[in-house]
Structures are given as C-alpha cells and as structure tokens.
Design a protein around this ligand. Structure first.
Ligand SMILES: CCc1ccc(NS(=O)(=O)O)cc1
Length: 275
C-alpha cells in the first residue's frame, strides 16, 4: 500500500471522498440550531443524529451536533460529537446522561496553538459543578504522559452515576500521534478500563470527525484482531462510519496511521516499553 509514495493508500482513501455526502442535515441547518455547530461545514446527518429529549415545545431543544456511529460491538456503539461549545455544554451533559453513556473519550486539547478547540466542560477540581440540572464531580484523576483518566460522578435529582473520562492530550489536530503506537496503547488502556457492554461511549475531538474516526476505527480493528479475524477491512469500516457521520477519518495520514498501528500491534511493538 505504501509503495510509490503511498499510492495505494491514496487511491483507496480517495474512493471514500463522497461516501454519505448526499444525505440531508436539515435539523443542523435550522436557524435556531446553527449557533450550536462549532463548524458550519461539519453537520450531523438527520438519519443518525443523536436526539436529546425535547424540552416542552422549545424549537431545536432535541438538537446536538452528534451522530451514532458503529463499532465492533454494535451499530450504535459510539456517539460521536464535536468538542462542546460553551453554549452547548449543558446539552452535552444532557446527552451523556440521557444516552446512559459510561465513558467519554476526548481526543483534543481545549486550546491548541492558541485556538479554542473545545470548551472546558468538566470541573477543574473536586468541587461539584452544575451543567444545567446535572451536577458533575471529579472523584479522582490519573495522569500519564499522553493521556489522563478521570472518574466523574454525575448527579441528576436523586440518581447518581459514575462515568470515566479518557483524555488523550498529545494528538495534533489534522495530524497523527507520534509515534503511532501511542494511539494503540491508548486504545488498549481505554478498553482495559471500559470493556464492551451495551451502553454507548461518547467520543469527541474538536470537529468530531478526524481524530474521533481514527480512534474508533483502530478500536474496532484491534478487537477484530483479538478475535483472530483473518482479514481486517479498514476501508469497509471507514465507509460504514462515513454513512453515519461526515469525514470520519479526515486525512490520508490518519488512514495510514491506522494501518501502521495494526502492523505495530501484530509485531508486538505496542507492548514494548515506551521510548
Ligand atoms: C474545518 C473543520 C475541522 C476542524 C478540525 C478537524 N479535526 S478533528 O475532527 O480531528 O477535530 C476537522 C475538521
């Protein structure tokens, strides 16, 4: 695939260019919802969008820029969304609560190269913070060189839930982790703490397409590998994801990175001590 300056990778990635693009995004385009979109060109398809429980007859109250996306374990394993805006972070927490999500995977920093990529939507310390009617409290935090895991307690009325926050902190926007095996190690660390079950996982970066799609594809592929699949169809996975959300795995380098991670895992490089 990588021969002749990645010719086959380029050819295969190009075939994905138009997948899903004919599908409508009418809810996202409503005037009341336009301010809820971080990017005007990254809008959720109507057919797979996550719908919040409507609030009274408030127009647009069911809207958030998020889509269900398939994984290895179910057709709606992930809810993929943009990095919350300040004006949508209450909606974000409502989505996490109403969907019964048990984890959030965050693949961007809040600020990168001086630009805001995501609101700081969770508490800075252990004091509870209200987002709408949901109180979020950080119970404990584990920091590693390339990611941080935080246990969060969510309270809504008399009900309490614990949700894990996995924050990958060294993935440059539009780029790939360096070395790629860092991503494979993060996926392994995530799955060790979050084995598959019926509840969805919320995944976001800044736009919720490039880094999020790359993470999900690798997670899916590594589970197939662990189940001794004879053939791993990365093209097919990205094709299926792009039917649900636009530009999932945004760049050719991210597409190649997925393959590099798989080769590294097959060669046992992801288990070696980090450099
Ligand atoms: C131009 C909109 C846009 C911004 C950022 C990204 N990268 S990301 O999806 O990995 O956050 C993808 C698209």
């Amino acid at each position: 695939m990588s021969a002749d300056s990645d010719f086959r990778f380029s050819e295969e990635f190009e075939e994905l260019k138009h997948v899903g693009r004919e599908q409508p995004c009418s809810a996202a385009d409503l005037p009341v919802n336009r301010p809820k979109n971080r990017f005007t060109n990254i809008l959720p398809y109507d057919h797979s969008r996550y719908k919040l429980q409507p609030v009274d007859d408030e127009e647009g109250s069911d809207y958030i820029n998020a889509n269900y996306v398939p994984g290895h374990n179910s057709p709606r394993e992930f809810i993929v969304t943009q990095g919350p805006l300040h004006c949508t972070r209450d909606d974000f927490w409502r989505m996490c609560w109403e969907s019964g999500s048990r984890a959030i995977v965050m693949l961007t920093r809040c600020v990168e190269k001086g630009r805001e990529k995501c609101d700081r939507y969770w508490p800075y310390d252990t004091r509870p913070v209200y987002y709408g009617d949901i109180a979020v409290t950080a119970l404990n935090e584990s920091r590693y060189p390339d990611w941080t895991v935080t246990e969060l307690m969510l309270c809504r009325g008399a009900e309490q839930r614990v949700l894990k926050h996995f924050h990958f902190t060294t993935w440059p926007d539009f780029g790939v982790p360096d070395p790629p095996t860092t991503l494979a190690r993060f996926v392994r660390a995530f799955r060790e703490r979050c084995p598959p079950d019926s509840r969805p996982v919320v995944v976001h970066c800044s736009a919720g397409v490039g880094r999020s799609g790359t993470f999900i594809t690798l997670d899916t592929a590594l589970q197939q590998l662990a189940n001794h699949a004879e053939f791993i169809d990365i093209f097919g996975m990205v094709h299926a994801m792009r039917r649900e959300r636009v530009w999932m795995v945004q760049t050719e380098q991210q597409y190649i990175c997925i393959h590099q991670c798989l080769v590294a895992v097959l060669e046992g490089q992801d288990m070696a001590a980090p450099p």
